[in-house]
Design a protein around this ligand. Structure first.
Ligand SMILES: C[S@@+](CC[C@H](N)C(=O)[O-])C[C@H]1O[C@@H](n2cnc3c(N)ncnc32)[C@H](O)[C@@H]1O
Length: 234
């Protein structure tokens, strides 16, 4: 059981988690790169926060969000008009067509490890020929076995918790950060390493530009996003 926070707490996390920096950068890329009247798909969109920010600034974009959690989609539909929200398993979901932009932020690590590569492959087939995908996740240090994976997860969790506390987060947000770390260490969520995932992105896309948004010192763990273009034929 993944123990996700309520929609209200979830929306507040963007203000206190380092993740908020990454989400803002991705929003800026989509705002400048999406073509007029373009289509944007957000897989594992949570409460619809990112799509809502895009809708405020680019009313021409046709926006679709998919999430497994009915409570989040209910919240999204109630709060954000003019966006199509769907309750579905993003791994199984069959899209009606291709999209100019496909986003998946903090989503891949919710899929079991064996599903992650097929899911990236699926994303590569969802974008139009001139489209782009942006896939973001927190990554842990690389690991050789389950013991090292647990320790790498604990390290990410510890650093994330410190950063959240330093941002003066209220108690419920600090608790949410602890919950994420618990899920990672216990193997309830499936965070991978940058080294492992980079190989997967490079297999399915001709260009995979890497960006790191946190921490701003040398580390392997942290928040990263890939801007992906030109799917390879596999
Ligand atoms: C950490 S949140 C990320 C939400 C948002 N994209 C963001 O950047 O903050 C992960 C989301 O993935 C959703 N999720 C987990 N597994 C899923 C699946 N198989 N299909 C669709 N959504 C899924 C959860 O319900 C949750 O809303």
């Amino acid at each position: 059981m993944q123990n996700l926070p309520t929609a209200e707490i979830y929306e507040k996390e963007f203000r206190y988690f380092p993740w908020g920096i990454l989400v803002k950068q991705i929003e800026d890329i989509v705002l400048t790169k999406a073509p007029s009247d373009g289509t944007v798909l957000d897989l594992m969109c949570g409460t619809g926060y990112s799509l809502a920010e895009l809708h405020k600034k680019r009313i021409d974009l046709v926006l679709t969000g998919v999430d497994l959690e009915p409570e989040f989609i209910q919240y999204a539909k109630a709060h954000y008009r003019g966006i199509d929200f769907v309750v579905a398993d993003a791994f199984e979901w069959q899209p009606p067509g291709k999209y100019n932009v496909v986003l998946c932020m903090a989503g891949v690590h919710h899929l079991q490890y064996e599903k992650q590569e097929p899911f990236i492959k699926k994303i590569s087939k969802l974008i139009t020929d001139d489209g782009l995908a942006i896939v973001a996740d927190p990554y842990i240090d690389d690991y050789k076995d389950e013991g090292e994976r647990k320790i790498a997860s604990a390290k990410l969790g510890y650093e994330y918790l410190i950063a959240t506390i330093q941002n003066d987060a209220p108690e419920e947000i600090v608790e949410a950060a602890i919950g994420i770390s618990r899920n990672d260490v216990l193997g309830i969520e499936y965070k991978s390493s940058l080294k492992r995932m980079k190989l997967v992105f490079e297999k399915y896309f001709a260009t995979a530009d890497l960006h790191k948004t946190w921490p701003n010192h040398d580390s392997e763990y942290g928040d990263y996003y890939f801007v992906l273009r030109n799917p390879t034929i596999t």
